[in-house]
Design a protein around this ligand. Structure first.
Ligand SMILES: [Fe+2]
Ligand SMILES: [Fe+2]
Length: 286
């Protein structure tokens, strides 16, 4: 396995070689006609349910616009949490090996927030509010550090499923496709780093964690994934798209078998590093 030091050096080289300036790269039309696809139809939160089947093409496209604004808003809030946490970790004693890469990570996330934020504000006049708050509690040694990087990894794995799919969807408005491509391109490095540091932190600390501590970490990460998934079902976006009974709609969607199956499939994919290190166990989760 590549050492964290070698991986950090390689990722720094690639970040420098593939430096992208999104300010000059993206073309921003003054306005965007809503009767177009903004989010891949199969990724729309209603897709696969009777609620989606009941909509006409224009309504689906209108919804695809607000779903993309919601998806970009979720990215902004996740990246704010990430930047705050990464900045705190710069030049701490135990992070000196990775600090050179944390600078690239921070720089890239800042640019991501710029294009996500501009899209939301320019075309929808808003960024949807964050609905989650952190709870302070006591941690075992290394637990908070592990949770921070594991949450980032789960978040970036989930977002990347969407980015990858939309980056090559020719039905989408070019700007929407291009933003997804740009994000996926840089996130590939963040994910390589994220998976490796999660493994490293687990190796360093897990042997000293009591079974109860391991269990609460596993539970917290699964809860975090599910909460992020549920953020994709935003009543405010449904209301803006002209749908009615938006809170009942959200409840019905989240208990729909097709939606639950998709959530389970994505959770498995996003948590594969957590299975690999042995924090999660497929047998126990059946
Ligand atoms: Fe990002
Ligand atoms: Fe990232």
């Amino acid at each position: 396995m590549t050492s964290l030091t070698d991986l950090t050096a390689r990722l720094c080289r690639v970040s420098r070689a593939h430096f992208i300036d999104p300010f000059s790269r993206l073309r921003w039309p003054d306005s965007l006609e809503r009767a177009q696809w903004f989010m891949t139809p199969e990724l729309i939160s209603l897709h696969g349910t009777g609620h989606y089947d009941a909509l006409g093409e224009r309504q689906r496209q209108q919804l695809s616009f607000f779903e993309l604004v919601n998806f970009f808003s979720i990215n902004i809030h996740g990246e704010r949490m990430l930047i705050e946490g990464l900045a705190k970790r710069l030049y701490r004693k135990h992070t000196e090996i990775v600090s050179p890469y944390l600078h690239h990570f921070l720089d890239e996330e800042n640019k991501h927030m710029f294009y996500f934020g501009r899209f939301c504000n320019q075309y929808a006049g808003k960024v949807y509010a964050e609905k989650r708050f952190a709870v302070n509690r006591e941690y075992a040694a290394g637990e908070e550090e592990f949770l921070f990087f594991a949450r980032i990894m789960l978040f970036e794995e989930l977002v990347d499923i969407y980015n990858r799919r939309m980056a090559k969807d020719q039905r989408l408005v070019p700007l929407a496709r291009e933003i997804n491509w740009l994000h996926h391109f840089e996130e590939a490095r963040h994910l390589a780093f994220g998976r490796r540091i999660v493994e490293e932190l687990f190796e360093t600390h897990a042997h000293a964690w009591h079974e109860q501590v391991r269990q609460r970490i596993a539970d917290e990460l699964l809860h975090y994934f599910d909460a992020t998934w549920k953020d994709l079902f935003n009543p405010d976006a449904y209301r803006d798209a002209g749908l009615s009974d938006v809170h009942a709609l959200r409840r019905e969607l989240l208990s729909d078998d097709a939606v639950i199956a998709k959530c389970t499939e994505y959770r498995e994919r996003c948590a594969r590093t957590l299975y690999k290190i042995g924090l999660l166990d497929r047998e126990k989760m059946q």
